[in-house]
Design a protein around this ligand. Structure first.
Ligand code: AFD
Ligand code: MN
Ligand code: MN
Length: 425
C-alpha cells in the first residue's frame, strides 16, 4: 500500500500544496499559525470497531459486499489498511464474542506486526450464544433470576480477560435490559440489579482499566430500557467509582436531544469517558459520522476541545467509530468517516475562544453564534490532508484505496474455497 500512497500523493502534490498555502494565508489573516493547528490536529486518533469492517445490515436483511473479511485476522488486515491510509486509526475495538480470537496473544502479535493495537473491548449480553446455559431473552444484569445475572457478570469478566491478553485497557458495556410493556419490569429494582451486577464486574476489573457505560433510550426494549439516558449512565458511573465513566454514542439519543449539551454535562460531572461516532436521521441509524448533522458533530467537538483547553477534561475521552456500513464499502466508509471527524475536530480547534468568551460576556448573541459558525464553515480539507501526508498517509485516502485495487485482490483471495488462518496463529 505504501508505494500506492506515494504515487497517489505525487499526482496530487502540486494541487495540494497550493490549497494548503492558500489556507495558511487565510488563517494568517486571523493571526492563526497553520503549523500550530497541524500540530494539534495530529493528536487526534480514533479507534475502529471490529464490526465496522464487514458489511452491516438491518433486521430486514443484509447484502454482503465483495471481498469481506472472513474472520478477525482479516479484519485486522483491513483495519491496518485504514490506518496506513489515514495514520490516525492505530487501534481496533473488538467485540466479544463476534470477533473473539481463539488465541488472543497470537492475534495481538499479528496486529502489532501490522502496526495496530487494541482499544476498548465490547461485551455482548444482548444475544444468546450457542452453548449458553441461560437465555438473555428477559434481560441479563437486570434479570429477575440471579443465575442469569451471574452468567452475565461471568461473561463481562471473560471479555476483560480477552481484552487483557490483547493489551486493551477498557471495556465498553451496552446493555439491552428493559421491557416492551408497562408492568413487565420493575423500573427501580431492575436498575438496582444492573448497578449491583456492574459493581461485581467492576470489582474484578484489571488494574489500570476503565469501565465505559453506554446508554441508549430504546431498541430493542421499546417501553423502558434500564440504562436509557445519560442520567442513568451517570448514576451508574458514580456508584461504581473512579474507574467507571460514561460513553456517549451520538446515535443513542431521543430525537431533538441536545447531544453537545449531554457531552458538556458529563464533562462537568467528571465522567465523560468515551464517544462513539456515527450519524442518524431517525434512530440509532449508525450512518457515516458527519453525513446528516455535520454542525452537531462540530458542536460536540467544540465542547471537547474547549474542555481539554480549560483542563475540565484531563485528557480527551476514548474516541471510537461505531457505524454499520450497509451500502458503502466498509473500508471506504471508514476512510470517509475519519476524514469527516478530523475536519470537525480541526474546525473546533479553530474556534476563536477568546472572542467567543468576550461575546458571551457581552451577551452579544449574534456575534457569539457567528464565532462558532465561521469556524464551522472553514474549508479545512487541505489541513487534514497535510496532517496525513506528513505522517506518511494519503492526501486523498479514498482515491489511493481505489487505485490500490485492494478490494478486488481480496475478493479473489477471500473467495477461495479453502481457508485456514495462518499457521503461526
Ligand atoms: C450496538 C449498539 C451499540 C454498541 C454496539 C456494540 O447499538 O452502539 O456500541 O452494539 O456492542 O450496535
Ligand atoms: Mn455504540
Ligand atoms: Mn448503537
Amino acid at each position: 500500500m505504501q508505494h500506492i500512497i506515494e504515487a497517489s500523493n505525487r499526482d496530487r502534490a502540486a494541487a495540494h500544496r497550493s490549497d494548503y498555502e492558500r489556507l495558511g494565508e487565510q488563517l494568517a489573516q486571523h493571526k492563526v499559525d497553520i503549523e500550530e493547528v497541524v500540530a494539534q490536529a495530529a493528536a487526534f486518533e480514533v479507534a475502529v470497531p471490529s464490526w465496522g469492517l464487514g458489511t452491516g445490515g438491518t433486521r430486514f436483511g443484509r447484502f454482503p459486499g465483495r471481498g469481506e473479511p472472513r474472520d478477525v485476522y482479516e479484519k485486522v488486515e483491513d483495519a491496518a489498511v485504514v490506518h496506513g491510509l489515514t495514520t490516525v486509526t492505530p487501534r481496533l475495538s473488538l467485540h466479544v464474542p463476534w470477533d473473539e480470537p481463539e488465541n488472543a496473544p497470537a492475534l495481538r502479535a499479528h496486529a502489532a506486526e501490522l502496526g495496530l493495537g487494541f482499544d476498548a473491548v465490547n461485551s455482548n449480553t444482548f444475544q444468546d450464544q450457542a452453548n449458553q446455559a441461560l437465555s438473555y431473552k428477559f434481560g441479563a444484569l437486570g434479570h429477575v433470576d440471579a443465575d442469569v445475572r451471574r452468567q452475565a457478570v461471568g461473561h463481562i469478566l471473560h471479555v476483560m480477560e480477552v481484552g487483557k491478553a490483547l493489551g486493551s485497557d477498557a471495556i465498553t458495556i451496552w446493555l439491552v435490559d428493559g421491557g416492551n410493556y408497562p408492568g413487565q419490569i420493575h423500573l427501580r429494582k431492575s436498575f438496582e440489579r444492573v448497578r449491583d451486577g456492574l459493581a461485581e464486574a467492576y470489582a474484578d476489573m484489571p488494574e489500570g482499566w476503565t469501565m465505559l457505560i453506554e446508554h441508549k433510550p430504546f431498541e430493542p426494549a421499546f417501553y423502558a430500557t434500564v440504562v436509557a439516558d445519560w442520567g442513568s449512565s451517570l448514576m451508574l458511573a458514580q456508584a461504581l467509582g473512579e474507574r467507571a465513566a460514561c460513553l456517549v454514542d451520538l446515535g443513542h439519543h431521543l430525537p431533538k436531544t441536545n447531544v453537545e449539551q449531554v457531552v458538556a454535562r458529563l464533562v462537568a460531572a467528571g465522567k465523560l469517558g468515551g464517544l462513539h461516532f456515527n450519524d442518524s436521521k431517525y434512530g440509532d441509524d449508525d450512518l457515516t459520522a458527519g453525513s446528516i448533522k455535520p454542525y452537531q458533530l462540530f458542536l460536540v467537538f467544540n465542547e471537547l476541545v474547549d474542555a481539554v483547553r480549560d483542563g475540565a477534561l484531563e485528557q480527551p475521552p476514548a474516541y471510537m467509530i461505531d457505524q454499520s456500513h450497509n451500502l458503502k464499502d466498509p473500508i471506504e466508509a471508514l476512510l470517509q468517516t475519519v476524514n469527516n471527524l478530523q475536519k470537525a475536530f480541526v474546525r473546533a480547534v479553530l474556534v476563536r475562544r477568546d472572542a467567543l468568551t468576550y461575546y458571551q460576556q457581552e451577551n452579544d448573541v449574534l456575534m457569539a453564534e457567528e464565532t462558532l459558525k465561521s469556524a464551522f464553515e472553514m474549508d479545512v480539507a487541505a489541513l487534514v490532508a497535510e496532517v496525513r501526508r506528513r505522517r506518511g498517509g494519503a492526501i486523498d485516502p479514498i482515491a489511493a484505496f481505489r487505485a490500490s485495487g485492494y478490494r478486488a485482490d481480496k475478493t479473489a483471495e477471500r473467495a477461495a474455497a479453502e481457508y485456514a488462518p495462518p499457521q503461526s496463529l
